[in-house]
Design a protein around this ligand. Sequence first.
Ligand SMILES: Nc1ncnc2c1ncn2[C@@H]1O[C@H](COP(=O)(O)OP(=O)(O)OP(=O)(O)O)[C@@H](O)[C@H]1O
Length: 258
Amino acid sequence: MAKRIDVKDLNLFYGKFHAVDGVSLAVPPKNVTAFIGPSGCGKSTVLRSLNRMHEVAPGARVEGTVLLDGEDIYASSIDPVQVRRTIGMVFQRPNPFPTMSIRDNVVAGLKLAGERNKKKLDEVAERSLRGANLWNEVKDRLDRPGGGLSGGQQQRLCIARAIAVQPDVLLMDEPCSALDPISTLAIEDLITELKKEYTIVIVTHNMQQAARVSDQTAFFNLLGVGQPGRLIEVDDTEKIFSNPSQKATEDYISGRFG
Ligand SMILES: Nc1ncnc2c1ncn2[C@@H]1O[C@H](COP(=O)(O)OP(=O)(O)OP(=O)(O)O)[C@@H](O)[C@H]1O
């Protein structure tokens, strides 16, 4: 079930380095939010803090609040592993288990959680592959290795794997950066389909992609070298791309810097 995320006064650190300063924003359910901004402004760091992946980096620290439908995901009673199941992630480079079969790749998370019922696993594999618009291309070779698929198919396989555990939110970190234009369009179409059921946050360097797939856009910026990244503005994508409130946003989207 899609859930909303509320971020309040988030500060993110790598050891002593203050990477992101004072971010507050709301991510509505069944909606695509795009994070844009120049390299190093902290987009991926913020994204990874939304499912507690940030703290996996050595010395990484989080201050502030991230609420999932009102529940603090950083509360001491919350298991980070459970958070990462509920808030799934798709990475820049497709990362299927290359020698594992296509079917087993999709249900890897369920198997890890102890599910052994073959009928159930097969059902989930089919539903997830259909959900990721990959079923028709792989239904006759489910027992073949995931590493044998094309890059675009592998990325859709990773999306199938992410949705197999029925997350509430999908985080995508430049999911098309390693893909050709046709595969990129396939993923963009898929994102538009998936938002009917999921809350989606996507980091992208591709301005047209942000404009095509997202409902709201958050622009991050760096005020100087060694300075933390900041959220400059977040608004409806249409507004950000036609009439942003901040000059820095306008300069960035019109290609004047970054
Ligand atoms: N594991 C890490 N350890 C130390 N510093 C890090 C680590 N990961 C990122 N950083 C630093 O944190 C800052 C923000 O990085 P981040 O990757 O979040 O930016 P970004 O906006 O996603 O960049 P890009 O668009 O280039 O991917 C950068 O200065 C980066 O060098």
